[in-house]
Design a protein around this ligand. Structure first.
Ligand code: ZN
Length: 150
């Protein structure tokens, strides 16, 4: 009887530890994956013609962007490397996660971050891709599906 109770407690504690990521974009009540528009879809997809190694979280240009988990900014990452208006981002790690976040102007390129802390601002995607729903691209460093963490 007591052993069963202990097992149930252990399960409850471990699931609480695997908490979801914080809300990533100000102005959005929850992390929302971009649906499909004329330029593509925001969901994770490694199989079909257009490979998408991460997910696109809807975020209006100029919104404040928050750290999804506690850890550190490892370095700056650029999605294109061409220096256009949205060619910026960061790699974050900690709390058992490692991700790249693209299309944000980070407040810094290294150092500790706390879950929910401001880490940057959404870049002006509408200048580059008018037909695209503005979004932050998030991909796991190991390229697995980040959707369950949102
Ligand atoms: Zn994407």
């Amino acid at each position: 009887m007591h052993r069963v109770t202990a097992v149930i407690f252990a399960i409850a504690i471990s699931s609480a530890a695997a908490a979801q990521w914080a809300n990533i974009c100000s102005g959005q009540p929850a992390n929302k994956i971009r649906g499909c528009d004329s330029t593509g879809c925001g969901g994770y997809n490694l199989r079909e013609g257009r490979k998408h190694k991460g997910v696109d979280v809807v975020c209006k240009d100029g919104s404040t962007v928050y750290a999804p988990f506690t850890g550190k900014i490892d370095r700056q990452t650029r999605p294109y490397g061409n220096g256009n208006a949205i060619d910026d981002g960061v790699q974050l790690s900690g709390s058992g996660f490692c991700i790249k976040m693209y299309f944000i102007k980070p407040v810094k390129h290294s150092g500790p971050i706390r879950k929910g802390e401001k880490i940057g601002v959404m870049l002006p995607m509408q200048i580059i891709y008018r037909a695209t729903i503005s979004h932050i691209h998030i991909q796991n460093c190991d390229l697995t599906d980040p959707t369950p963490n949102l």
